[in-house]
Design a binder for this molecule. Sequence first.
Ligand code: DSN
Length: 431
Amino acid sequence: MDAAGDLEEILNLIKAHNKWRIRECINLIASENVTSPLVNAVYLSDAMHRYAEGLPYKRFYQGARYIDEIEDKVSKLFAKLFNSKHSDIRPISGTIANATVFTALAREGGPAAVVPLPGGGHVSHSKYGVLGRLGLDPVEMPVVYDEVNIDADKAAELIRRSKPRLVVLGASVIIFPHPVKEIAEAAKEVGAGVVFDAAHVLGLIAGGAYPNPLAEGADVISTSTHKTFPGPQGGAVLTNDDEIYRKVSKIVFPVFVSNHHLHRLAALGVTTLEMMRFGEEYAGQVVRNAKRLAEALHAKGFKVLGEDKGFTQTHQVLLDVRGDGGGAKCAKKLEEANIIVNKNILPWDDPTDIVNPSGLRIGVQEVTRMGMREDEMEEIAEFFYELIKLGKDVKEVRKEVIEFRKNFTEVRYTFDVSRNLISELTSFLLS
Ligand code: DSN
C-alpha cells in the first residue's frame, strides 16, 4: 500500500475539481448552487462531528446545548422567511423530506397523483423512488408538453375521479408555476393532502419571484435547501398545519433520520438571513437572467421550450436539441468546453430511455449568484451557438470560457464580509 501516493492522489483530485468547477466552468446545473464564504466558514465547525438525535432540548445524547439553541433559532427563522407556522430542518435531503411528508399524509398507501417523470417530476415522486417504495400508487397528471406544466383542468378532473390520498406538485424540470390553487381545490374535495416539492424553486419563493405554495393551498412544502436557495446541502419541511407538523416531527426521527448532520444547521441559518436581506434582488435577477438566456438562445436558432409564454418564469431554460444530436451529445460537447449542463428527458420522452434524451436543462441560479447579469447571458448563448450550431473547435471555446469566468470570482447577495474577516471568523469559531 502506498499511503503517501494515495493521499497525494486524493488531494490532487479534489484540488483539480475545485479549480475546474469553481474557477474555470460556467456551472448551469439547475439543481446546484454555491454557498457564500460566510456560510462556508460557519459550516466547517465541530458540529460536524456530533450527534443530536431527536428535537431540540429533548435529545438522546448529551453535549447538544448549543446545537439545541441553533436548531431552535434556525427553524424559527426558516419558517419566518416562508411565512410558515412550522418548519422541520432535520431531513438531510429533499428525498428524505419527501419520504417524511408522504408517510405523514398517506401512511396506509393508496393512489397518489404525481407529475410524471417526463413532465419534470422527481424520481422520489415516482414508482421507481421513495413514493412507490412506501406503497403509494402513482397516478400521473396530464402535462402540457411545450410548457412542461400540469394541465390544470385535466389534472383536477383526474383527481376528482381517482380520489388519491395525496397530490404531489413541484418538479425538477419547471419553467412555469404549477397550478397549485386549482389542484388544491380538487384535492380538498376528495380529502387528499397536497405536497409541494419546492426543491428547485425555494430560493425564488424566498425572494418573492415564485408564488408561495402554502399561500395557494398546499398543505405542506417539502424541499432541499441548496438549489435556487443557496444553502448547505440538506432538506426541510414547512407547514401551517399543526397536525401535519406533529406527524412530521415524529417521523423524521426515528424513521428516516438518526443524526441530522448538525454542522449544516448554523450554515442554513446564515443562508436564511442572506435570503431575508438579499433574496428579492437575487431571485429577481435569476428570473431575468433565465429569460434573457432563453431569448438569446431562441434568437440563435435553438428550440427553446415555453415560447408562447415567454420561455420561463423560473431559473430554468429548456432546450429541445433533437435536431442538434440529442441531449447526451450536446451536454458532453458543452462539458468539454467547460460549460456544465445536464441532458434531460422532455415530456414526450420515454422515462426508461435516458441514454440520449431530447433535452438540455439549464439553470442560471449559480451564475447569477456569481454576479452574472443579462449581458453575460448573451455571451453564454453565444458559446452555445459556437459549439453546437457552428461546430467551432471545442478547445477554442474552452479558452474563451476560462477567460470569461475570470471576471466572476466572488459570491454575491451575501453580507459584505472581507476575506480577512472570514478567516478571522473561522479562527474565532474554531478557537
Ligand atoms: N436530481 C436533482 C435534480 O437535478 O433536479 C434533484 O434531486
